[in-house]
Design a protein around this ligand. Structure first.
Ligand SMILES: [Zn+2]
Ligand SMILES: [Zn+2]
Length: 372
C-alpha cells in the first residue's frame, strides 16, 4: 500500500509498504480522511521523534478486516479512530490526568514502523487497547466529521478545566480551527467570547461561530514589551472607541477583567498580556505551548497574590467521547465549515505545508482518499 513515511526532519516520502497484518483482537481500517494536526507538524518539522514513522492521527475510514476475537464491530462500518485511550485504572487515571497515563501514551494505531497514528497511509491497524476509542459514524454524517472528533475532544477537555459560570466573559486568542472550536463550544455553554486574531477573515468566521466581540491583532505594531498587543480594532469597531484590547475588556467587563483566557497561539507575549487581562481569581489556559525547552518571564505574584491560575491542557479525554460525538454529529458544532482544503495522499507534504503556514482563507487541512 502507499504511505507517507517520515524519514527525518521535513523529509516525508511516498513509499510502498506492506498492508499491516492484524492480530485476533484488532481491526484493519481503510483510511478515508485524516486531518493535519499541529502536533504532528511540529514533530515533522523539528524532528522531535526518531524516524521512520507514518503520522496522521485524526483518522476516519471503513473497517475492512476484523480479528476473530473483536466484538461489536463489523466489516464495512464507517468509523472514527482515537490513537490514544487511557486504562482508567492507574494512579494518573484516578486523578483524571488521562493524558499522563502510561497506556494512553502508547499509540495504538499504526501503518507500520513505530506506531504514530498511520493516517497518512491507505490502511491502519487498530490495536486492542484503543478499540474503546473507535466511534461509529452515523449514516447521515461524513468521514470529515468523524475525523474531527479527536481535535474537538481536546478542546472540550480544555474547557472543562475552566471554572466558568454562565455568562462569563472569555478571551479566545487565535481563531484558527482550534480557536474557532473553542469559540463555538464556549458560546454553546453560555459564555461571552472575545475572539482575537491577525486575520480579519478568521474574525468574521468567529462571529458565525458565536463570538460576541472580535479584536484584530495588528502584527506590524508589535514590539517586544508591553505594546505587544497594541491592536487596531477594525471588526465591530464602530460601537466602541477603544484603542487597545485592555480597554475593550475593561469596557466589556465593567473594569473587572476577563473570567478566563484561552491561548490558542504559541505566543509568550499573548500569555503575559492575558495574565494582565483576566480578573483576580481568573484563569489563563495554554493550549498551543507544546514546544519544550523554552523559558518565559512572568510576574509570579499575579499567580500567588492575584490568584490567577495559569493552567494547560493537552490531548483528549476519553470520558468525553460520547458528548463530543453528539456535539459534532448533531452539527451543533458544525465542523464542516472548518475544513477548507483537501489534498490527496501523495500530496500530504503540501497539506502539511499549508497547515503550517495558513493563508487568509485556509483553516483545517485534511488528506482524503477513496474508500471504494
Ligand atoms: Zn490532533
Ligand atoms: Zn491509566
Amino acid at each position: 500500500m502507499r504511505a507517507i513515511v517520515y524519514r527525518g526532519p521535513n523529509d516525508l516520502r511516498l513509499e510502498n509498504v506492506p498492508v499491516p497484518r492484524i492480530g485476533s483482537g484488532e481491526l484493519l481500517v481503510k483510511v478515508a480522511v485524516c486531518g493535519v494536526c499541529p502536533t504532528d507538524i511540529k514533530k515533522i518539522q523539528y524532528g522531535t521523534v526518531p524516524p521512520p514513522r507514518v503520522f496522521g492521527h485524526e483518522t476516519a475510514g471503513v473497517i475492512v478486516r476484523r480479528g476473530a476475537q473483536t466484538r461489536g464491530f463489523q466489516v464495512g462500518e464507517r468509523v472514527a479512530l482515537h490513537h490514544h485511550v487511557p486504562c482508567l485504572k492507574c494512579h494518573d487515571c484516578a486523578h483524571r490526568a488521562f493524558a499522563q497515563c502510561a497506556q494512553y501514551k502508547r499509540t495504538g494505531i499504526t501503518a507500520g514502523f513505530e506506531p504514530a497514528g498511520g493516517g497518512y497511509a491507505e490502511y491502519v491497524r487498530v490495536m486492542p487497547w484503543v478499540l474503546p476509542g473507535v466511534v461509529k459514524i452515523p449514516q447521515r454524517n461524513s468521514f470529515f466529521e468523524g475525523a474531527m472528533l479527536e481535535p474537538v475532544n481536546t478542546v472540550l477537555k480544555a474547557i472543562k478545566r475552566l471554572a466558568l459560570l454562565n455568562g462569563d466573559t472569555v478571551l479566545v486568542a487565535g481563531q484558527g480551527p482550534i480557536g474557532l472550536m473553542f469559540t463555538r463550544l464556549l458560546t454553546l455553554q453560555g459564555m461571552k467570547v472575545v475572539a482575537t486574531d491577525r486575520l480579519v477573515s478568521r474574525l468574521e468566521l468567529s462571529r458565525d461561530f458565536g463570538a460576541k466581540w472580535t479584536w484584530e491583532v495588528n502584527s506590524e505594531n508589535r514590539s517586544p514589551k508591553s505594546e505587544a498587543l497594541r491592536s487596531k480594532f477594525r471588526v465591530q469597531s464602530s460601537r466602541f472607541n477603544v484603542s487597545s484590547l485592555a480597554q475593550l475588556t475593561d469596557l466589556l467587563t465593567h473594569g473587572r477583567g476577563l473570567d478566563a483566557a484561552i491561548i490558542a497561539v504559541p505566543s509568550d507575549e499573548v500569555v503575559r498580556e492575558a495574565q494582565q487581562l483576566v480578573r483576580c481569581g481568573g484563569q489563563v489556559l495554554l493550549f498551543s505551548h507544546t514546544r519544550r525547552g523554552e523559558q518565559a518571564c512572568l510576574d509570579l505574584a499575579t499567580i500567588c497574590t492575584d490568584e490567577k491560575d495559569l493552567i494547560g491542557s493537552y490531548s483528549a479525554d476519553f470520558t468525553l467521547q460520547a458528548e463530543v460525538a453528539r456535539l459534532v454529529f448533531s452539527q451543533k458544532l458544525d465542523v464542516r465549515q472548518l475544513i477548507t482544503h483537501e489534498f490527496p495522499l501523495d500530496q500530504t507534504a503540501a497539506a502539511i505545508g499549508l497547515a503550517a503556514q495558513p493563508t487568509e482563507n485556509s483553516l483545517k487541512v485534511v488528506v482524503t482518499q477513496r474508500t471504494e
